[in-house]
Write a protein that binds this ligand. Structure first.
Ligand code: CTP
Length: 446
């Protein structure tokens, strides 16, 4: 049960554990932080499990927040950082695969660890006790396996989100999923439909941002995407029999996700960039698959998916713009490029180059060289445009609405129209971004 492994706890965690122990309670770092330390990864947060009741925790620490008292969780603030301190508990029956109807506090660490999802997440550590590993978590870390604690069906029955979490952890940690756990994923994935969109979104995003987003294919084979992202299933069965491609739409999508930097907006864009291909597919007279209008239609479907997953407006706006433009040819001339950057948005344009690069990397390798060369040339021109400080938007135009009002033009549509014409002129030739020139040309004549 005990082990001589040493984990270097942050000072705040040591202090919380020793304060609880001095008051006669047991306390341990638990869950993800123990797992990550044993893997040599830096934990994102430190959770503490204790035999103390929430009221004891509130009494023993100066700054506490009652985050989830009914589930036994009190947040302790130490040196500006938050630490969740949760009383040992046994979860009651989950009536809806989402929430335990009740939780019962217990004095047994074993019972607390036994209610957790996976063996690698069910270990505790304290400087006094060392590692407490009652379910083979260290062996599974060594074998790189995600295995439910005890009966997988029971664990998934308690919280169906764990079905997706199994795949997310496998993707993040480069682990396999244990055979029995995988069978339970296949059997129970339908119950994911009871889980809130926000919780699904969090796990799906972690999977997409992981080192192995290709676990999405396993999710498809096990029936998981059929429940949370059926649009992806259609992609998996849509061929792309033409010279540009070498994979189905689904595999191309996964390869494109992998090829993109691990950024939320970029990976979501790659997930959704071809999402309408299944409904746009036609076979031309030469027997080749073609997908006319797929970018615009993908914007529509991507919008529906992102709304369903309750994404915020800003993420939606960025992803949809990138999906819309992902297949647009990039102008190579400086003037055309400035107009394009203006239309894409300065913030999104460099992201669009990443999207296009990832898209190319997931297509037929024999077409790659020339297409990447275009991106490189455009990137160089873009860097030069930035270095030269060329005007790329109304905010950089040296005439503004006030200037026009001062010249007697009444506020309203006309001003917007004049500014737009000035901007087009300046995008075409940056040397025209000169007040006297622009007013002379566009106001005096108008
Ligand atoms: N846990 C669980 N079942 C869940 C969610 C969480 O048993 N559905 C337990 C696990 O012991 C897990 C711990 O609560 O390790 C903390 O959960 P969470 O913060 O979601 O995951 P971490 O393991 O900390 O991993 P990460 O921070 O990378 O998400």
């Amino acid at each position: 049960m005990m082990d001589s492994v040493h984990i270097e706890l942050p000072d705040e965690v040591k202090k919380i554990i020793s304060t609880l122990e001095s008051a006669g309670f047991e306390a341990y770092a638990v869950g993800g932080c123990v797992r990550d330390c044993l893997l040599g990864r830096i934990p994102t947060d430190w959770d503490i499990t204790t035999s103390a009741d929430p009221s004891d925790v509130q009494r023993l620490f100066y700054r506490t927040i009652p985050t989830g008292i009914e589930h036994g969780t009190v947040t302790v603030r130490e040196k500006g950082r938050n630490f969740e301190v949760t009383t040992f508990r046994i979860d009651g029956k989950y009536s809806d695969s989402r929430h335990p109807e009740s939780v019962t506090f217990t004095s047994s660490l074993r019972e607390d660890l036994a209610r957790r999802d996976f063996t690698v997440n069910a270990m505790a550590y304290s400087p006094a006790a060392g590692i407490v590993d009652l379910f083979g978590g260290q062996d599974d870390l060594k074998d790189r396996v995600i295995r439910a604690v005890g009966d997988p069906e029971q664990r998934f029955g308690e919280d169906a989100l764990r079905i997706l979490r199994a795949l997310r952890f496998a993707a993040q940690l480069s682990f396999d999923v244990d055979k029995d756990t995988e069978e339970a994923v296949r059997k129970l994935c339908g119950t994911l439909s009871k889980i809130s969109a926000e919780r699904i979104r969090t796990e799906l995003e972690k999977l997409l941002l992981s080192e192995h987003p290709e676990l999405l294919v396993k999710a498809y084979r096990l029936g998981v995407t059929g429940v949370i992202l059926p649009e992806f299933d259609s992609c998996m069965v849509t061929t792309q029999n033409n010279r540009y491609h070498c994979y189905t739409v689904g595999i191309h999508t996964v390869e494109a996700i992998k090829a993109a930097p691990a950024d939320r907006v970029l990976r979501l864009t790659m997930l959704l960039h071809d999402i309408a291909k299944p409904c746009c597919r036609i076979i031309d007279s030469m027997g080749r698959d073609r997908f006319p209008g797929h970018a615009d239609k993908s914007v529509e479907i991507a919008d529906a998916v992102l709304r369903r997953l309750k994404y915020d407006n800003d993420t939606r706006r960025k992803v949809l713009k990138l999906v819309e433009l992902h297949d647009e040819p990039l102008p190579e001339g400086a003037a055309g490029l400035r107009v394009f950057i203006h239309e894409a948005g300065r913030e999104l344009f460099p992201m669009l180059l990443e999207v296009k690069r990832a898209d190319i990397m997931a297509k037929n390798p024999s077409m790659r060289k020339d297409k990447l060369a275009v991106i490189d040339r455009v990137r160089e021109k873009y860097d030069r445009i930035l270095a030269d400080g060329d005007c790329l938007g109304l905010d950089e135009l040296c005439v503004n609405g006030q200037d026009l009002i001062a010249l007697g033009i009444s506020p309203g549509k006309e001003i917007g129209e004049i500014l737009r014409r000035m901007l087009m002129d300046v995008l075409n030739d940056p040397s025209h971004n000169e007040k006297e020139y622009l007013l002379d040309k566009y106001v005096k004549d108008s």
